[in-house]
Design a protein around this ligand. Structure first.
Ligand code: PLP
Length: 444
């Protein structure tokens, strides 16, 4: 009996003992093809890169920990320099933490502190989007739109107005161009800001490519620019959550760069440390930094493990590997191959309604009926069956149910490491097809 309180306590999980590249091995000697970077789009450069082990060991040999209120470290400074050099224009400083949820909390508090320091204490509301996930902590859950995950905690959460996501497959009207749809979807933000009262709204939070809750749905071209304009018009801070889609996964160093997105605050985690260490980060604009430097002079929040030297050393080494090995370019090239493979294998599949994504971040949405786009009955648990069938066959993918706050079908996310070979990508598509066939047979 395990004394670990696992997410599914009644289940016995295999024990992982080894991992290299895209292959993971359990204690019984079974190997798994990892099509989702450790299970959650984390291990972006693959498992077992000795260069990261060396960097971690070197940092541990120098100093393992020093509180960020006393010291900085070479690793923290060099990592921040690297991140800012590749970031959207205007972002100038980095706040570190230990993961995505902490980073979202930090971003929300930073937005609020900014307006308090600017003498606008009425600005405290955060607008976000339905069918979204921004983390498991209370603030992150409050702004999330994943109803099953947040419902049990409702009395403990704050109210955040949620608008519809940018989701062409379900929401683009008949005869409407994608560009016109992007403007209409973005304009929902303006309506919501006006309904709330612009003097009460501090921030708008969105994922440029929606990961877990929708299955790799990129913002339609023009959407990110339009929401930037709206945020500027009403003095609302624009926060992009790139915890899942960032770090090079879409074929761009930051996902929002593809569409000229320019946030005031940008949140990253997962691929930042590549799974070698837990780390998240918030990139803030110079204007926000100036407000705080010229105001109270101090961030009003922090964590004990903020800017942990070992986590920063690991993330810095991951960034160096990405640069040296050309892995953002690899994510774009392998991503194109993955997309072509998915289109060929599932483009006409009776239960695949939509294939979408960017780079090595691709999703399939499953439907009971392609014509009507009707999702599967949730009680069939298509996603859970698909995960189990794939895993039983040694393939790791990331299926999720359709959410109940809006309509979408079950979907699966594919997010392999950027070091995937052409053969790995072909194998992922072939084995996914087997798992999907088996799942469809089971429920028919
Ligand atoms: N934001 C997004 C878009 C995510 O996908 C996640 C996790 O899946 C989070 C935030 C929370 O990150 P973490 O699980 O590292 O706390």
């Amino acid at each position: 009996m395990s004394h670990v309180f696992h997410r599914t306590p009644a289940r016995t999980l295999p024990r992982i003992v080894a991992a290299q590249g895209l292959r993971m091995t359990d204690a019984d000697g079974r190997t798994y093809l990892d099509a989702v970077s450790g299970g959650a789009a984390v291990s972006s450069i693959g498992h077992g890169d000795p260069r990261i082990t060396d960097a971690i060991t070197a940092q541990l040999g120098q100093v393992a920990y020093a509180h960020n209120g006393f010291f900085t470290s070479d690793a923290a400074e060099e990592l921040a320099d690297t991140l800012i050099a590749g970031a959207p224009e205007g972002l100038s400083r980095v706040i570190y933490c230990s993961g995505g949820s902490e980073a979202i909390e930090s971003a929300l508090k930073l937005a609020r502190q900014t307006f308090v320091e600017r003498g606008q204490p009425g600005k405290g509301k955060v607008i976000a989007r339905r069918q979204s996930y921004h983390g498991a902590t209370m603030g992150a859950l409050s702004i999330g739109g994943n109803v099953p995950r947040k419902a049990p905690y409702a009395p403990m959460l704050f109210d955040a107005p949620l608008i519809a996501p940018c989701y062409p497959y379900r929401d683009q009207a008949e005869g409407e161009t994608l560009e016109a749809y992007a403007i209409r979807a973005a304009d929902a933000l303006e309506e919501q800001i006006l309904a709330e009262g612009p003097e009460t709204v501090a921030a708008f939070v969105a994922e440029p490519v929606v990961g877990a809750t929708l299955g790799c749905v990129p913002a339609a071209p023009g959407y990110l620019k339009r929401i930037r304009e709206i945020c500027d018009r009403y003095d609302v801070l624009l926060v992009f959550d790139e915890v899942m889609c960032g770090g090079g996964r879409t074929g761009f160093a930051f996902a929002c760069l593809e569409d000229g997105g320019s946030p005031d605050i940008l949140v990253i985690a997962k691929g930042l440390g590549g799974g070698y260490q837990p780390i998240g980060a918030v990139l803030a604009s110079q204007a926000i930094v100036d407000t705080i430097v010229d105001g109270s002079g101090s961030l009003k929040q922090g964590f004990t493990y903020m800017a942990h030297p070992v986590a920063c050393a690991a993330a810095l080494a991951v960034q160096k590997v990405i640069a040296e090995d050309g892995l953002v370019e690899a994510a774009a090239a392998r991503g194109a191959q993955l997309r072509a493979g998915l289109d060929a294998a599932f483009g006409q599949h009776p239960h695949v309604g939509n294939i979408r994504g960017r780079g090595l971040f691709q999703g399939l949405e499953f439907v009971a009926d392609r014509e009507t786009k009707a999702p599967f009955d949730p009680s069939l648990a298509f996603n859970a069956r698909l995960k189990a069938n794939a895993f039983a066959d040694g393939l790791m993918v990331y299926p999720m149910p359709g959410t109940i706050d809006g309509i979408n079908g079950d979907h699966v996310v594919l997010a392999p490491a950027f070091v995937a070979t052409a053969a790995d990508i072909d194998e992922i598509v072939e084995r996914l097809a087997v798992a999907i066939d088996r799942t469809v047979q089971e429920i028919n």
